[in-house]
Design a protein around this ligand. Structure first.
Ligand SMILES: NC(=O)c1ccc[n+]([C@@H]2O[C@H](COP(=O)([O-])OP(=O)(O)OC[C@H]3O[C@@H](n4cnc5c(N)ncnc54)[C@H](OP(=O)(O)O)[C@@H]3O)[C@@H](O)[C@H]2O)c1
Length: 270
Protein backbone atom coordinates (compact mmCIF):
# COMPACT_ATOMS: atom_id res chain seq x y z
CA UNK A 1 0.00 0.00 0.00
CA UNK A 2 1.18 3.54 -0.77
CA UNK A 3 2.12 5.62 2.29
CA UNK A 4 -0.60 8.11 3.16
CA UNK A 5 0.55 11.73 3.69
CA UNK A 6 -2.17 14.11 4.87
CA UNK A 7 -1.41 17.82 4.44
CA UNK A 8 -3.33 21.09 4.27
CA UNK A 9 -3.91 20.42 0.57
CA UNK A 10 -5.51 17.03 1.17
CA UNK A 11 -9.23 16.72 0.46
CA UNK A 12 -10.90 15.24 3.54
CA UNK A 13 -13.78 12.76 3.59
CA UNK A 14 -15.51 11.30 6.64
CA UNK A 15 -17.69 8.24 7.26
CA UNK A 16 -20.30 8.90 9.96
CA UNK A 17 -21.41 5.81 11.87
CA UNK A 18 -22.50 4.53 15.29
CA UNK A 19 -21.03 2.07 16.18
CA UNK A 20 -17.90 2.74 14.14
CA UNK A 21 -15.56 -0.21 14.84
CA UNK A 22 -16.88 -2.36 11.97
CA UNK A 23 -16.51 0.33 9.28
CA UNK A 24 -14.20 -0.85 6.47
CA UNK A 25 -15.42 1.39 3.64
CA UNK A 26 -12.85 4.05 4.61
CA UNK A 27 -9.97 1.59 4.14
CA UNK A 28 -11.16 0.54 0.71
CA UNK A 29 -11.69 4.16 -0.40
CA UNK A 30 -8.27 5.25 0.94
CA UNK A 31 -6.56 2.37 -0.91
CA UNK A 32 -8.27 3.28 -4.18
CA UNK A 33 -7.55 7.03 -3.86
CA UNK A 34 -3.90 6.26 -3.05
CA UNK A 35 -3.61 3.82 -5.97
CA UNK A 36 -4.77 6.61 -8.31
CA UNK A 37 -2.43 9.16 -6.72
CA UNK A 38 -5.35 11.31 -5.55
CA UNK A 39 -4.66 13.54 -2.52
CA UNK A 40 -7.78 12.54 -0.57
CA UNK A 41 -8.02 10.96 2.89
CA UNK A 42 -11.05 9.26 4.44
CA UNK A 43 -11.61 8.83 8.18
CA UNK A 44 -14.45 7.14 10.05
CA UNK A 45 -16.19 9.46 12.52
CA UNK A 46 -18.08 8.07 15.52
CA UNK A 47 -21.24 10.19 15.76
CA UNK A 48 -24.28 9.29 17.87
CA UNK A 49 -27.83 10.07 16.71
CA UNK A 50 -28.25 12.93 19.22
CA UNK A 51 -25.21 14.74 17.77
CA UNK A 52 -25.89 14.20 14.07
CA UNK A 53 -27.41 17.65 13.41
CA UNK A 54 -24.54 19.45 15.20
CA UNK A 55 -21.92 17.46 13.31
CA UNK A 56 -23.59 18.03 9.92
CA UNK A 57 -23.71 21.76 10.62
CA UNK A 58 -20.01 21.72 11.57
CA UNK A 59 -19.07 19.78 8.39
CA UNK A 60 -20.84 22.47 6.36
CA UNK A 61 -18.28 24.97 7.75
CA UNK A 62 -15.17 22.79 7.31
CA UNK A 63 -13.71 24.05 4.07
CA UNK A 64 -11.34 21.20 3.25
CA UNK A 65 -14.11 18.61 3.51
CA UNK A 66 -15.12 17.25 0.07
CA UNK A 67 -17.98 15.15 1.38
CA UNK A 68 -18.86 12.29 3.67
CA UNK A 69 -20.43 8.87 3.82
CA UNK A 70 -23.25 8.05 6.24
CA UNK A 71 -24.09 4.59 7.44
CA UNK A 72 -26.09 2.86 10.19
CA UNK A 73 -28.00 4.46 11.95
CA UNK A 74 -27.88 7.79 10.05
CA UNK A 75 -28.94 6.96 6.49
CA UNK A 76 -32.54 8.16 6.95
CA UNK A 77 -32.03 10.70 9.75
CA UNK A 78 -29.55 12.72 7.68
CA UNK A 79 -32.07 13.55 4.93
CA UNK A 80 -33.79 16.60 6.49
CA UNK A 81 -30.41 18.00 7.60
CA UNK A 82 -29.14 18.40 4.00
CA UNK A 83 -29.72 21.22 1.49
CA UNK A 84 -30.65 18.86 -1.33
CA UNK A 85 -31.03 15.19 -2.19
CA UNK A 86 -30.86 13.58 -5.63
CA UNK A 87 -34.19 12.22 -6.98
CA UNK A 88 -32.76 8.73 -6.51
CA UNK A 89 -32.05 9.28 -2.79
CA UNK A 90 -35.46 10.91 -2.34
CA UNK A 91 -37.18 7.88 -3.93
CA UNK A 92 -35.26 5.45 -1.71
CA UNK A 93 -35.76 7.66 1.35
CA UNK A 94 -32.14 7.24 2.48
CA UNK A 95 -28.72 8.76 1.77
CA UNK A 96 -25.30 7.09 1.94
CA UNK A 97 -22.96 9.74 0.46
CA UNK A 98 -23.03 13.52 0.66
CA UNK A 99 -21.18 16.08 -1.47
CA UNK A 100 -20.02 19.31 0.16
CA UNK A 101 -19.78 22.18 -2.34
CA UNK A 102 -17.26 25.01 -1.85
CA UNK A 103 -20.01 27.22 -0.36
CA UNK A 104 -20.91 24.56 2.23
CA UNK A 105 -24.03 23.35 0.43
CA UNK A 106 -24.67 19.65 1.13
CA UNK A 107 -26.22 17.29 -1.45
CA UNK A 108 -27.10 13.71 -0.52
CA UNK A 109 -27.23 10.74 -2.87
CA UNK A 110 -27.77 7.01 -2.44
CA UNK A 111 -25.17 4.95 -4.30
CA UNK A 112 -26.04 1.54 -2.80
CA UNK A 113 -28.47 0.41 -5.53
CA UNK A 114 -26.38 1.64 -8.45
CA UNK A 115 -23.29 0.14 -6.76
CA UNK A 116 -25.06 -3.21 -6.59
CA UNK A 117 -26.04 -3.05 -10.27
CA UNK A 118 -22.55 -1.95 -11.40
CA UNK A 119 -20.94 -4.63 -9.19
CA UNK A 120 -23.08 -7.28 -10.90
CA UNK A 121 -22.20 -5.91 -14.33
CA UNK A 122 -18.53 -6.26 -13.35
CA UNK A 123 -19.19 -10.00 -12.95
CA UNK A 124 -20.84 -10.12 -16.38
CA UNK A 125 -24.35 -10.29 -14.90
CA UNK A 126 -26.89 -7.93 -16.52
CA UNK A 127 -30.39 -7.08 -15.29
CA UNK A 128 -32.27 -5.83 -18.36
CA UNK A 129 -35.31 -8.01 -19.11
CA UNK A 130 -34.58 -10.46 -16.31
CA UNK A 131 -36.70 -11.99 -13.54
CA UNK A 132 -35.25 -11.29 -10.10
CA UNK A 133 -36.03 -12.68 -6.65
CA UNK A 134 -34.87 -10.37 -3.85
CA UNK A 135 -34.67 -11.63 -0.29
CA UNK A 136 -34.98 -8.86 2.29
CA UNK A 137 -36.61 -5.43 2.37
CA UNK A 138 -34.45 -3.61 4.93
CA UNK A 139 -32.46 -0.41 4.43
CA UNK A 140 -29.98 -1.77 1.89
CA UNK A 141 -32.71 -3.89 0.31
CA UNK A 142 -34.73 -0.76 -0.48
CA UNK A 143 -31.83 0.78 -2.39
CA UNK A 144 -31.05 -2.49 -4.19
CA UNK A 145 -34.69 -2.97 -5.27
CA UNK A 146 -34.84 0.51 -6.85
CA UNK A 147 -31.46 -0.14 -8.50
CA UNK A 148 -32.70 -3.43 -9.98
CA UNK A 149 -35.84 -1.79 -11.40
CA UNK A 150 -33.88 1.20 -12.74
CA UNK A 151 -31.51 -1.22 -14.51
CA UNK A 152 -34.44 -2.61 -16.51
CA UNK A 153 -35.38 -5.88 -14.76
CA UNK A 154 -38.65 -7.27 -16.17
CA UNK A 155 -39.92 -8.64 -12.86
CA UNK A 156 -38.92 -8.19 -9.21
CA UNK A 157 -40.36 -10.47 -6.53
CA UNK A 158 -39.48 -9.42 -2.98
CA UNK A 159 -39.58 -11.84 -0.07
CA UNK A 160 -39.14 -10.61 3.49
CA UNK A 161 -39.61 -12.10 6.95
CA UNK A 162 -41.91 -9.16 7.72
CA UNK A 163 -44.18 -9.41 4.68
CA UNK A 164 -45.66 -5.90 5.03
CA UNK A 165 -42.23 -4.40 4.37
CA UNK A 166 -41.90 -6.48 1.18
CA UNK A 167 -45.35 -5.35 0.06
CA UNK A 168 -44.64 -1.69 0.78
CA UNK A 169 -41.31 -1.80 -1.05
CA UNK A 170 -42.80 -3.61 -4.06
CA UNK A 171 -45.57 -0.99 -4.26
CA UNK A 172 -43.03 1.87 -4.11
CA UNK A 173 -40.87 0.28 -6.83
CA UNK A 174 -43.88 -0.43 -9.06
CA UNK A 175 -45.04 3.19 -8.72
CA UNK A 176 -41.59 4.58 -9.62
CA UNK A 177 -40.87 2.04 -12.42
CA UNK A 178 -44.11 0.93 -14.12
CA UNK A 179 -42.05 -1.12 -16.62
CA UNK A 180 -40.98 -3.49 -13.84
CA UNK A 181 -43.54 -5.93 -12.45
CA UNK A 182 -42.79 -5.68 -8.71
CA UNK A 183 -44.63 -7.71 -6.07
CA UNK A 184 -44.14 -9.49 -2.76
CA UNK A 185 -43.80 -13.27 -2.88
CA UNK A 186 -42.26 -16.46 -1.46
CA UNK A 187 -38.54 -17.28 -1.29
CA UNK A 188 -38.79 -20.14 -3.82
CA UNK A 189 -36.02 -19.41 -6.40
CA UNK A 190 -37.43 -21.75 -9.08
CA UNK A 191 -37.59 -20.08 -12.49
CA UNK A 192 -35.73 -16.88 -11.58
CA UNK A 193 -32.75 -15.57 -13.57
CA UNK A 194 -31.18 -13.95 -10.50
CA UNK A 195 -31.55 -14.26 -6.72
CA UNK A 196 -30.14 -11.53 -4.47
CA UNK A 197 -29.82 -11.79 -0.71
CA UNK A 198 -30.17 -8.39 0.99
CA UNK A 199 -31.01 -9.84 4.41
CA UNK A 200 -28.35 -10.10 7.09
CA UNK A 201 -28.79 -13.90 7.13
CA UNK A 202 -25.34 -15.36 6.49
CA UNK A 203 -23.33 -12.78 8.43
CA UNK A 204 -23.12 -14.88 11.56
CA UNK A 205 -22.05 -18.48 12.00
CA UNK A 206 -25.06 -20.73 12.43
CA UNK A 207 -27.45 -18.43 10.51
CA UNK A 208 -30.11 -20.29 8.57
CA UNK A 209 -29.99 -20.10 4.76
CA UNK A 210 -32.39 -17.44 3.38
CA UNK A 211 -33.88 -19.95 0.90
CA UNK A 212 -34.01 -23.69 0.13
CA UNK A 213 -30.89 -24.17 -2.00
CA UNK A 214 -32.22 -27.51 -3.27
CA UNK A 215 -34.48 -25.43 -5.54
CA UNK A 216 -31.58 -23.42 -7.03
CA UNK A 217 -30.98 -24.31 -10.69
CA UNK A 218 -27.53 -23.90 -12.28
CA UNK A 219 -28.95 -21.25 -14.65
CA UNK A 220 -29.91 -18.94 -11.75
CA UNK A 221 -27.30 -16.32 -10.81
CA UNK A 222 -26.91 -15.64 -7.08
CA UNK A 223 -25.75 -12.31 -5.60
CA UNK A 224 -24.98 -11.30 -2.02
CA UNK A 225 -24.63 -7.90 -0.44
CA UNK A 226 -23.09 -9.23 2.81
CA UNK A 227 -19.38 -8.32 2.77
CA UNK A 228 -18.11 -10.44 5.68
CA UNK A 229 -17.78 -13.35 5.18
CA UNK A 230 -17.06 -12.83 1.47
CA UNK A 231 -18.38 -16.32 0.66
CA UNK A 232 -21.57 -16.77 2.68
CA UNK A 233 -23.15 -20.23 3.07
CA UNK A 234 -25.67 -19.17 0.36
CA UNK A 235 -22.88 -18.31 -2.10
CA UNK A 236 -21.00 -21.52 -1.27
CA UNK A 237 -24.14 -23.59 -1.88
CA UNK A 238 -24.94 -21.70 -5.10
CA UNK A 239 -21.41 -22.18 -6.42
CA UNK A 240 -21.48 -25.90 -5.71
CA UNK A 241 -24.75 -26.14 -7.66
CA UNK A 242 -23.09 -24.51 -10.69
CA UNK A 243 -24.64 -21.02 -10.34
CA UNK A 244 -22.70 -17.85 -11.24
CA UNK A 245 -22.19 -15.80 -8.07
CA UNK A 246 -21.53 -12.13 -7.23
CA UNK A 247 -19.93 -11.09 -3.91
CA UNK A 248 -21.10 -8.32 -1.58
CA UNK A 249 -17.73 -6.64 -1.86
CA UNK A 250 -18.45 -5.97 -5.57
CA UNK A 251 -21.27 -3.62 -4.52
CA UNK A 252 -18.98 -1.59 -2.27
CA UNK A 253 -16.08 -1.54 -4.73
CA UNK A 254 -18.35 -0.32 -7.54
CA UNK A 255 -19.34 2.66 -5.37
CA UNK A 256 -15.79 4.04 -5.56
CA UNK A 257 -16.36 5.23 -9.14
CA UNK A 258 -19.78 6.64 -8.17
CA UNK A 259 -18.35 8.50 -5.16
CA UNK A 260 -15.77 10.11 -7.45
CA UNK A 261 -18.56 11.16 -9.83
CA UNK A 262 -20.72 12.57 -7.02
CA UNK A 263 -17.86 14.54 -5.50
CA UNK A 264 -16.62 15.61 -8.98
CA UNK A 265 -13.19 14.20 -8.10
CA UNK A 266 -10.86 14.28 -11.07
CA UNK A 267 -13.28 16.50 -13.04
CA UNK A 268 -12.00 19.85 -14.32
CA UNK A 269 -12.87 22.75 -11.96
CA UNK A 270 -16.17 24.40 -12.94
N1 LIG B 1 -22.18 -4.50 0.09
C1 LIG B 1 -22.54 -3.28 0.46
O1 LIG B 1 -22.07 -2.27 -0.08
C2 LIG B 1 -23.58 -3.14 1.58
C3 LIG B 1 -24.20 -1.89 1.79
C4 LIG B 1 -25.16 -1.80 2.82
C5 LIG B 1 -25.47 -2.93 3.59
N2 LIG B 1 -24.85 -4.13 3.35
C6 LIG B 1 -25.20 -5.35 4.12
O2 LIG B 1 -26.58 -5.64 3.92
C7 LIG B 1 -27.10 -6.36 5.01
C8 LIG B 1 -28.43 -5.76 5.47
O3 LIG B 1 -28.20 -4.43 5.93
P1 LIG B 1 -29.41 -3.40 6.16
O4 LIG B 1 -28.80 -2.10 6.48
O5 LIG B 1 -30.39 -3.48 5.04
O6 LIG B 1 -30.09 -4.02 7.48
P2 LIG B 1 -31.61 -3.86 7.98
O7 LIG B 1 -32.20 -2.58 7.50
O8 LIG B 1 -31.57 -4.16 9.42
O9 LIG B 1 -32.40 -5.05 7.22
C9 LIG B 1 -32.16 -6.41 7.54
C10 LIG B 1 -32.96 -7.33 6.61
O10 LIG B 1 -32.66 -8.70 6.96
C11 LIG B 1 -33.85 -9.35 7.39
N3 LIG B 1 -33.50 -10.26 8.49
C12 LIG B 1 -32.66 -10.01 9.52
N4 LIG B 1 -32.57 -11.08 10.33
C13 LIG B 1 -33.37 -12.05 9.79
C14 LIG B 1 -33.71 -13.36 10.15
N5 LIG B 1 -33.19 -13.95 11.25
N6 LIG B 1 -34.56 -14.05 9.37
C15 LIG B 1 -35.08 -13.49 8.26
N7 LIG B 1 -34.80 -12.23 7.85
C16 LIG B 1 -33.97 -11.52 8.62
C17 LIG B 1 -34.79 -8.24 7.82
O11 LIG B 1 -36.12 -8.68 7.78
P3 LIG B 1 -37.28 -7.93 8.64
O12 LIG B 1 -37.73 -6.75 7.80
O13 LIG B 1 -38.33 -8.96 8.81
O14 LIG B 1 -36.65 -7.50 9.94
C18 LIG B 1 -34.47 -7.18 6.74
O15 LIG B 1 -35.05 -7.52 5.51
C19 LIG B 1 -26.00 -6.34 6.08
O16 LIG B 1 -25.31 -7.56 6.01
C20 LIG B 1 -25.08 -5.20 5.63
O17 LIG B 1 -23.76 -5.39 6.04
C21 LIG B 1 -23.91 -4.23 2.35
Amino acid sequence: MTEMRITGRTGIMLMLADPVAHVVGSLRLNDRFAAEGLDIAVSPLHVGPADLATVIDALRRMRNVLGFGVTIPHKIAVLPLLDATTPRAARIGAVNFVRRDADGRLTGDNLDGRGFVDGLAGQGIALRGRRVLQLGAGGAGRAVAFGIAEAGARELVIHNRTNERAEALAADVAAAYPGCIARAGTNDPSGFDLVVNTTSMGMHEGDALPLDVAHLAAGTDVAEIIMTPAITPLLAAARSRGCRISLGTSMLDAQYVLVKELLAIGAPAA
